[in-house]
Write a protein that binds this ligand. Sequence first.
Ligand SMILES: [Zn+2]
Length: 120
Amino acid sequence: MVIQGSPNPPDTCVEQFASGGSTHEMTTIRTTCPLCGDVELVPGELALELTAMNGTGTYVFSCPDCGDRQRRPANHRVVAILLATGVAYEVKDDRGPITESEIARFSADLDRADWAEQLR
Ligand SMILES: [Zn+2]
């Protein structure tokens, strides 16, 4: 992923825009589509899903050429860059609600004769 254009935070961009500066350059984010190769996006075309607790996540975009929806892992650096460019984000808490299989596994563990040993 390559970020092009102004690295300024969004409020600085707004100031430049408000003052009528014609030098305002839209930040573009270059990434790749498996079908189309390099594609350029603006921050509004991406969404970031942050994983609670670890600061990494996944970014999602629809390819501007073929329209395919892509999901890519975002490491700490990519997350920081995307947040700096003003990409919308959502925090995913992967602890989530407890599932049936977790309850089943928990029950199975309780049935084990040595469960008390596990507490030591
Ligand atoms: Zn594409």
